[in-house]
Write a protein that binds this ligand. Sequence first.
Ligand code: NIG
Ligand code: FE
Length: 416
Amino acid sequence: MKTLITNIKQLVQVGTSPRKWVAGKEMSVLPHMDNAYLLIEDERIAAFGKMEDLDYSKLEETDLLQEIDASGRLVLPSFCDSHTHLVYAGSREIEYIDKIRGLSYEEIAQRGGGILNSAERIRHASEEELYEDAYARIEEIASFGTGAVEIKSGYGLDTESELKMLRVIRRLKETTPLLIKATFLGAHAVPAEYKGRQTEYVNLIINEMIPAIAAEDLADYIDVFCDKGFFTVEDTDRILNAGMKYGMRAKIHANELDYSGGVQVGVKYNAISVDHLEYIGQEEIACLLDSDTMPTILPGAAFFLNMPYSPVRSMINAGLPIALASDYNPGSSPSGNMKFVMSLGCINYKMLPEEVINATTLNSAYAMGVEEKAGSIEVGKLANFYITKPISGIEYLPYAYGSNLIDRVFLQGKQL
Ligand code: NIG
Ligand code: FE
């Protein structure tokens, strides 16, 4: 089965040799091709090039399934959303009102709201209900251009409920065309029944949850919310150490609420990414520069919670790579719209359009470990991409922040 897309005004984020990530000044370089074609064979990218080099006679010998004229339109690789919590029960708009009235994220959490509110609901939800709700969210983000997504547990907070969430994620892996990675986040909050006994809860994570999850091979990564009022560096160290023994690589919630030491402990364990990063100084930057860890910013959460913005320009100027993800979750970022995340990246973090595209494709693919299959238009990678409506150029995508500019979405070579 072949699909040929012709007359593409601009084919964006093309690559001919594998790139790990783009960092520093390179983040503003976005390789592209004008007046291009893209050939898809089954689920993969088979070829691309300039229209003038397209040899029709060769193609006519084969039975082309379809040809799409993309005159005036851009083609981009699908977004890789490397940080979400999109399996959850119910929503939390009541807390939204509390926030409008002036309560902080920590105050809401202390009143039994926040993560514990979601935990209460998830414990009462069936696997089937959770799956159906999450499936609908996946359908929505796919229509918004996302082709790969990382999903965390962390609203269960007891062994059975964490397993339930991770089984839902496994089912989503099996039944949707998106590339999905699963992360175990038992250390998201201390559940109510362990109030005042944090170390005992950490012991439960280490001695019971991690082995049970590993026995069913349910998690690719392990995450800890290492921050003020949540888990300490010492807790994080113990949990990552235990996860590593079962082959779960670290991926950390770090430095959202304070200079928590989360970045340093993440790098110590060779985390694939450290995420949030509102509180970043020279020490954290130096530590990241000397690592294989992707600094990941979650502009939707900072926007929704009115938090200070991560010093992204200083990080890029220092030579770091940056990934952007949605943090899609019911409490701090109830949206998985990556195009809007790009707009926030431009406006609130002073990132250039080229930089936000790199941060939501190539770099975020690395941050979730799918860089060999996704994140750019390269021969052999999965045919996960979207065709825009007719637009002037890449800048128009983050600029027109409220418009749906995505016309057709292809995942694994098939149009949705
Ligand atoms: O990434 N920071 C910690 N966890 C989530 C929030 C989850 C929630 O409030 O439900 C986040 O923002
Ligand atoms: Fe998160």
